[in-house]
Design a protein around this ligand. Structure first.
Ligand code: L5Q
Ligand code: ZN
Ligand code: CA
Length: 561
């Protein structure tokens, strides 16, 4: 709700050699007939500049007047007020009741600058500064600032705020869906941030909240309001400027005024020393792994866990946008690969994030201690650092990141329960889409699994038996561990996935799989249901030809009919 301001520029500053003024001012009749203006034009002849502001309620006032504006020297606040009073037609202010003096200063050119603020019954009109400038001979040479002549029209002298300051602050917090407590970094996070050099002392300061009673006069309004400021750095930088109606507590205007905040292009090195371009965000001199470039409702954001226990942890950040420290590698890959997987779903299926509603994709790295795993916890992705021999930090593999984010897609589509056959299918969908995303191999986790040994992986779709998984129903494992062997029996649908891709190619296969997952499968789909769902999806796209037959053959091959 920014002010809708119409600017009318009247007159131009002319060069000294010109003596005939050239006024190209607005043709608004009221402005033309302004007596003070005519006088001033006469007086200043060559150098005259005038800018009008028109409020959306139709009132106009000058926002910039310059030239030789007073005939006589004007010295001190009293003289200035008298001068303004003598040009009431133009300035439309009663200096005695509507201008509060703030300060005056003299500069190196000998000019004096008088600063006032417009007020209504002593209450400041927010942002309505009014400045009078005199030259070294005390002649008024400029009057600047945006006042609102009608600001007091609805506000009587007796009118009081119905809300207290505290009420206004409470309303403001509520309006941004936070509490003051939310914005206090956990003690451990603060310590870690400081140690990592990623948090200036000023950032650790407690949240600031403040409220001042003002007259809100933007957008043609004239309302008694509290100007509330909520400032904090955690969990994201905030400098909220919120105007709360002092009568009914409603929000008149609200915006986050964190300065110097913008999307940036950073880079860094991943787990394997790989170069990664990064979509980052600059706020108050610090760069964050925070990607605002996607057409999402949210963002892609990456955190680092403190002590391996906190979630989400603190925002991964860097002072110069070069995320090149060894300690940053896991976060660099988690961030860059989350972007890649988001892009895959968006570009391939027009799916906007895991919920197809553009929700934020959040990742935390450095989770646990020597933790050889990664997971989706229903809210975000979480990556261990591995123990250094079985696993390197798990975000270092694109297919692992794709696997985890696909769990989120599955949760929001088919909703496969994480047990028994539906659970094995949940796992398999994550592996199959990991293969689609990576595009050049049928292994899972090979980039971060046993760095000391090459040629191996966590799982293989082309040969699940390599890593102890069944590839046929005859070897289905009935167990109560691992939620009914979800990471074991996924080998069976994984092999069917491999056979399908190998037969018809990844482009057709991914369309069929996505349609089955999002249209034909449900929470309790088992292997047979999934075969049927894939066949239906194949028929929808390609009829009952070779693609359909390839899907049928793949599942027959693993013993599912
Ligand atoms: C697994 C996710 C990944 N974890 N396999 C137990 O067996 C267990 C967990 C996993 F990131 F490592 F791939 O797939
Ligand atoms: Zn999984
Ligand atoms: Ca792979």
């Amino acid at each position: 709700m920014k002010g809708k301001i119409k600017k009318i520029v009247a007159g131009t500053a002319l060069t000294v050699s010109l003596t005939i003024p050239n006024f190209a001012y607005s043709t608004d009749a009221a402005e033309m007939s302004n007596k003070d203006l005519q006088e001033m034009k006469e007086m200043t002849k060559s150098h005259f500049n005038l800018v009008w502001n028109k409020d959306s309620n139709g009132t106009t006032a000058p926002t910039f007047v310059s030239g030789k504006l007073s005939g006589e020297p004007v010295k001190g606040v009293r003289d200035i007020k008298q001068y303004i009073n003598s040009k009431k037609d133009l300035y439309q202010l009663n200096p005695e009741t509507e201008l509060s003096f703030v300060k005056k200063s003299k500069d190196e050119l000998g000019m004096t600058h008088y600063e006032f603020i417009q007020s209504v019954h002593g209450i400041p009109v927010y942002g309505a500064k009014f400045n009078v400038h005199t030259n070294n001979q005390d002649i008024v040479t400029a009057v600047t600032g945006k006042v609102h002549p009608s600001a007091g029209k609805n506000i009587s002298k007796k009118q009081k705020a119905d809300l207290s300051k505290k009420d206004a602050i409470d309303q403001a917090w509520q309006s941004i869906n936070r509490t003051k407590e939310d914005t206090k970094a956990k003690k451990a996070d603060k310590k870690a941030l400081k140690e990592a050099g990623n948090l200036a002392d000023s950032h650790v300061k407690n949240t600031a909240e403040n409220a001042e009673l003002v007259v809100y006069a933007q957008d043609g309004l004239s309302k008694l309001a509290y100007h509330v400021e909520l400032q904090f750095i955690y969990p994201e930088p905030g400098n909220w400027q919120i105007f709360i109606d002092a009568k009914d507590g409603s929000v008149i205007d609200s915006y986050n005024a964190v300065t110097d905040a913008r999307a940036a292009n950073g880079y860094g090195y991943g787990v394997l020393g790989n170069y990664q371009e990064l979509n980052t965000y600059l706020s108050n001199g610090t760069y964050y792994l925070y990607d605002v470039t996607k057409p999402m409702n949210g963002v892609i954001e990456t955190f680092t866990s403190q002590n391996g226990t906190s979630l989400p942890g603190y925002r991964s950040s860097d002072s110069d946008n070069a995320f090149t420290a060894k300690s940053q590698r896991a976060a660099v890959d988690a961030h860059a690969y989350a972007d890649r997987v988001y892009d895959y779903y968006y570009n391939t299926f027009n799916r906007n994030s895991f919920d197809n509603n553009g929700s934020s994709i959040r990742s935390t790295v450095n989770y646990g201690s020597n933790y050889n795993n990664a997971f989706w916890n229903g809210q975000q992705m979480v990556y261990g650092d591995g123990d250094g021999s079985t696993f390197a930090p798990l975000s270092g593999a694109l297919d692992v990141v794709a696997h985890e984010l696909t769990h989120a897609v599955t949760e929001h589509t088919a909703g496969l329960v994480y047990q028994d056959q539906p659970g094995a299918l949940n796992e398999s969908m994550s592996d199959v889409f990991a293969v689609f995303v990576e595009g050049d191999n049928y292994d899972i986790g090979e980039d971060v699994y046993t760095l000391g040994r090459s040629g191996d992986a966590l799982r293989s779709l082309s040969d699940p038996t390599k890593y102890g998984q069944p590839d046929h129903m005859r070897d289905y494992v009935n167990t109560s561990s691992d939620n009914g062997g979800v990471h074991t029996n996924s080998g069976i649908p994984n092999k069917a996935g491999y056979l399908t891709i190998n037969s018809i190619g990844a482009e057709k296969a991914e369309k069929i799989y996505y349609r089955a997952l999002t249209v034909y499968m449900g929470p309790y789909s088992d292997f047979s249901d999934t075969r049927a769902a894939l066949l239906q999806a194949a028929a929808d796209y390609y009829g009952h030809g070779s693609e359909y037959q390839a899907v049928a053959n793949a599942w027959t091959n693993v013993g599912v009919n």
